[in-house]
Design a protein around this ligand. Structure first.
Ligand code: ATP
Ligand code: MG
Ligand code: MG
Ligand code: MG
Length: 562
């Protein structure tokens, strides 16, 4: 492609709105342009990288036997009402009415649509297991869209859904998809960790997030320096028990803890305690924690999220903000899909309660029934400890370190909850109607692209890994006024294209300095500069990654680049 014709609007200055490298560089190098908050255009370079990334994802998904489909973004409200998420998704779900005042949501995720689709189309165990996926724009009205593509309001996701007769079959698919995800992120050259995740407030063992290690990441990972153990810090183990002996009914309260940004910060408050008999459930909403405190008349450990919704949240349902918080806290890959083990909720509860208790007096928030001295008399204190850097790893190998991560993927065993809610069933081997057992698997495609830039750049611009680079070769002709150079550049351009290289040819009538700057910014690994030695048949090769530089004869160039 001739750069003179291409839409690559590079910028000299860093746009004011961008404060992290990937966002700055994607704008500066002309890969993306903003339309509205959290909504972006992909320009030709951005689209090329996106397409390469999609190809990697498709190849690895197809290899698992998953089948590509495409589902609509426009989704009837009734479907979301049957799962309960019309309410629980809160403000994050984009909603609209058609001309007949029928209500719709714009797809934030597709569990409802896919469950209804497969429920209608598949009637027998003979067609199972089945995994479908799509690569499609998702809509989420994020409270704080930021960091460019990293947290958008319209963004590209690969989402997959698997359907099973048995849990063993789900386990198999989960392992396969887990492996596919590892391969995808490896092929992107990313430095990442698969971590035990905490899906919103749900917890459980059978969910993992794929975290790209990066200082600008919004999540904190606890990992072992000697083994594969890694967990989202929100899931890092806190093993404690507390006895309930106080049956006096406590009113339900919502508590906000605006001071805390991470679980670790919450943990830092920890020298206070939990009143016996109290239970609390906490949700993370952006950088705030919102907690629902209940009287302790049920065992948190046995409560499934469904029950939490039914039992606790519904009592608070007059407060829209709480519903919204709960919706956001659950995340969108299956708020009602929760594994049996929800121990983490108890851990969260303790941390949150402690934080709320400690924070109550100095941040101006009005808390009730959380301050042991003021609101009730505590008779027994819980013994709680949080995992810290340097602690022994829970798997017995090595010690715990912390790192920041960007969540690029998330795999999750949903179980049958969506099929239960939507009444989606098939005839199983015994000839009885059974609800599907499901898994769901997401990759933030546009977020992954930004995460790659976050890990691969320098002061001058991007440093694309081979697998994603928008062009194979960048030819830079330093002087378009010199016929000799133009002739050589044109001939190199033709030859390389003939040999199958994807070539970007800077044929603009710009100064050499401008061309070099843009070339560094755009970040194509192999640069071929046509300059003063063109007359002798020599061009200068420079590798953007290694800085390696040498003169190469044009006749040797195709072989040199192969
Ligand atoms: P986050 O915790 O960052 O809000 P999430 O847990 O809500 O993400 P999932 O519901 O697990 O996201 O969606 C699957 C994947 O979609 C995520 O792992 C992430 O890579 C991507 N994703 C989610 N929200 C956004 C967003 N606002 N912008 C870009 N990518 C996103
Ligand atoms: Mg998340
Ligand atoms: Mg989210
Ligand atoms: Mg997630």
């Amino acid at each position: 492609m001739r750069q003179s014709n291409m839409l690559i609007p590079t910028l000299r200055e860093v746009p004011k709105e961008a404060d992290i490298p990937s966002h700055q560089l994607l704008l500066k190098a002309g890969y993306i342009r903003k339309l509205a908050s959290g909504v972006y255009n992909f320009l030709p370079l951005g689209k090329r990288v996106l397409r390469k990334l999609e190809t990697i994802i498709r190849e690895e998904m197809d290899r698992t036997g998953a089948q590509e489909i495409q589902m609509p973004s426009l989704q009837p409200a009734e479907l979301w009402e049957s799962s309960g998420r019309w309410e629980t998704m809160g403000l994050e779900l984009m909603r609209l009415n058609d001309r007949h005042e029928r209500r719709f949501a714009l797809g934030a995720t597709h569990e409802e649509v896919v469950t209804s689709l497969i429920g209608d189309e598949i009637n027998s165990y003979k067609k199972l297991p089945l995994t479908v996926y799509q690569i499609q724009n998702k809509f989420r009205d994020e409270k704080r869209p930021r960091f460019g593509l990293l947290r958008g309001r319209e963004f590209l996701m690969k989402d997959a859904y698997s359907f099973h007769e048995t849990y063993e079959s789900l386990d198999e698919a989960y392992d396969q998809l887990f492996t596919a995800y590892k391969r995808i992120f490896e092929r992107c050259g990313l430095n990442f960790r698969a971590v035990i995740a905490d899906s919103g407030a749900m917890g459980g063992k059978d969910t993992h997030e794929f975290m790209v290690l990066s200082d600008i990441g919004e999540d904190t990972i606890a990992y072992s320096d000697e083994s594969d153990y890694a967990a989202n810090v929100e899931m890092a183990p806190v093993h404690q028990t507390y006895e309930s002996s106080n049956d006096e009914a406590m009113p339900l309260e919502k508590v906000e803890t605006p001071n805390a940004k991470t679980m670790q910060e919450v943990a830092d408050y920890l020298d206070h305690t939990l009143q016996e008999g109290m239970k609390a459930i906490m949700f993370k909403v952006d950088d705030r924690f919102v907690m629902v405190v209940t009287r302790g008349d049920h065992e948190v450990n046995d409560v499934k999220v469904k029950n939490l919704l039914d039992a606790n949240i519904v009592e608070l349902a007059t407060e829209q903000e709480t519903i919204d918080a709960v919706g956001a806290g659950f995340g969108s890959l299956g708020p009602i899909g929760v594994p049996d083990d929800v121990e983490v909720i108890a851990d969260h509860a303790v941390k949150a309660l402690v934080n709320a208790t400690c924070g109550a007096n100095d941040n101006g928030y009005h808390y009730r029934n959380v301050n042991p001295e003021r609101d009730f008399s505590a008779t027994q204190y819980a013994d709680v400890r949080f995992i810290e850097e340097g602690d022994p790893s829970p798997d017995g190998h090595g010690t715990i370190q912390f790192a920041k991560g960007i969540e690029v993927g998330h795999v999750f065993k949903l179980g049958s909850i969506y099929a239960d809610k939507l009444g989606a069933s098939f005839l199983n081997q015994e000839g009885r109607a059974q609800h599907y057992i499901m898994g769901c698997y997401g990759i933030g495609v546009s977020r992954t692209l930004a995460a790659v830039v976050e890990q691969f750049h320098d002061e001058q611009g991007m440093l694309w890994p081979d697998s994603l680079v928008p062009f194979d070769v960048h030819i830079v002709n330093l002087n378009m006024k010199k016929d000799e150079q133009v002739t050589v550049a044109e001939s190199v351009y033709d030859t390389l294209q003939h040999q199958g290289f994807d070539v970007l040819y800077d044929d603009r009538p710009e100064r050499a300095g401008v061309k070099f700057n843009d070339s560094d910014l755009i970040g194509i690994t192999h640069r071929v500069t046509v300059g003063k030695r063109a007359g002798e048949g020599y061009v200068e090769y420079k590798n953007r990654q290694t800085g390696e530089q040498q003169d190469v004869h044009v006749d040797d160039l195709p072989a040199f680049l192969s």
